[in-house]
Design a protein around this ligand. Structure first.
Ligand SMILES: Nc1ncnc2c1ncn2[C@@H]1O[C@H](COP(=O)(O)OP(=O)(O)OP(=O)(O)O)[C@@H](O)[C@H]1O
Length: 323
């Protein structure tokens, strides 16, 4: 098989199993996000693939070749970390050119210009890393990782040190850059929106195991179990009868429940009346906590505060998952 094959990889720190028999393949040109809560083993798996962490069992192959005897710097993998780890005394241009030693000066300079344009920083070549914002530094780190045309790049929470608004914008830019360059990438994140924005497919990890690997839509609509659903924000699970009572027009197969997430219920004047239990405010909307007909609680995202002790809602979507 061409591209990356991770086969039964286990990583241990003493008695602690950090990664438990992770298996997946990644075709050239595809972007996979490893998504999971803190401590789920994402970084350990990424570090094992690139060769920083010894593998207790299993193997990592590229184009069918076992990489166990291939040294880290010979794997032709590019790396981007949370804090870009640029060389502080070198200019941006020198940072980007770092892995281009084999090229002549003119070609090297052209390649640096090309990458600065790709990451939206033309004219930044002479700056030093301490003259860059956090977002710019991460763009330079990406440019540096892409410069030597690696066969894949590995990004470990590359945006998590940035503030939320910037993170969203940069996630979209990153996605565009990876696609434009046809780069094969593994992207570690604990933020589902970021993972969904960047990746062609998402592998959800918990306790060192990959619970499900899917394209974002399918993962969102049909999480493989309640644990994955809950991680995606579907925390209340209801039966067909309750779903129908809330105006849902779908049908659940026997043995399945519907996970209700933060955007599953819509305010709707013609909807079902439910009691309001409380409400809070986020940056751009209110979160109204309600009691469902079956007694469970759920939340509704609303543009304004509820001014009565009940609201009318309709259930418009949810995640279908085994009961
Ligand atoms: N060097 C180490 N020695 C011992 N245990 C470790 C070491 N590195 C990680 N662990 C443990 O292995 C488990 C997986 O850690 P890992 O950093 O891979 O998770 P993660 O999903 O990347 O978390 P985060 O998002 O917080 O970085 C955790 O329980 C962690 O405490």
């Amino acid at each position: 098989m061409s591209g990356l094959a991770v086969d039964g990889v286990t990583v241990r720190y003493g008695d602690k199993v950090a990664v438990d028999q992770a298996t997946f393949t990644l075709e050239p040109g595809h972007v996979l996000a490893l998504l999971g809560a803190s401590g789920s083993g994402k970084s350990s798996l990424l570090r094992a693939i690139v060769g920083f962490e010894p593998i207790a069992s299993g193997r990592v192959c590229w184009d069918g070749q076992d990489l166990s005897t291939v040294k880290v710097h010979k794997r032709r993998f590019g790396l981007v970390f949370q804090d870009g780890q640029l060389f502080p005394t070198m200019t941006v241009a020198k940072n980007i050119a770092y892995g281009l030693g084999a090229l002549d000066r003119l070609t090297r300079r052209r390649r640096v210009q090309e990458l600065l344009e790709l990451v939206g920083l033309p004219g930044y070549g002479d700056r030093k890393p301490d003259q860059l914002s956090g977002g710019e530094a991460q763009r330079v780190a990406l440019a540096r990782a892409l410069a030597p045309n690696p066969r894949a790049i590995f990004l470990d929470e590359p945006l998590s040190a940035l503030d939320t608004g910037l993170r969203r914008r940069l996630a979209d830019d990153l996605s565009r850059i990876l696609r434009e360059t046809g780069t094969t990438a593994v992207y570690v994140s604990h933020d589902q929106e970021e993972a969904f924005a960047v990746a062609d497919s998402v592998a959800v990890m918990a306790d060192g195991r990959i619970l499900q690997r899917e394209v974002p839509d399918e993962l969102w609509n049909r999480p493989t179990n309640k644990q994955v659903a809950a991680f995606l924000g579907f925390r209340t699970f209801i039966t067909q009868a309750t779903a129908a009572a809330l105006g849902w027009d779908g049908r659940l197969e026997a043995g399945y429940v519907l996970g209700i997430g933060p955007r599953s219920l819509d305010l709707d004047e013609r909807g079902v009346e439910v009691p309001v239990l409380g409400q809070s405010m986020t940056v751009d909307h209110y979160v109204i906590e309600v009691r469902l007909p079956d007694g469970q609680q759920a939340t509704v995202a609303a543009p304004k505060k509820a001014d009565a002790d009940h609201v009318r809602v309709t259930l418009t979507s949810g995640a279908v998952t085994p009961a």
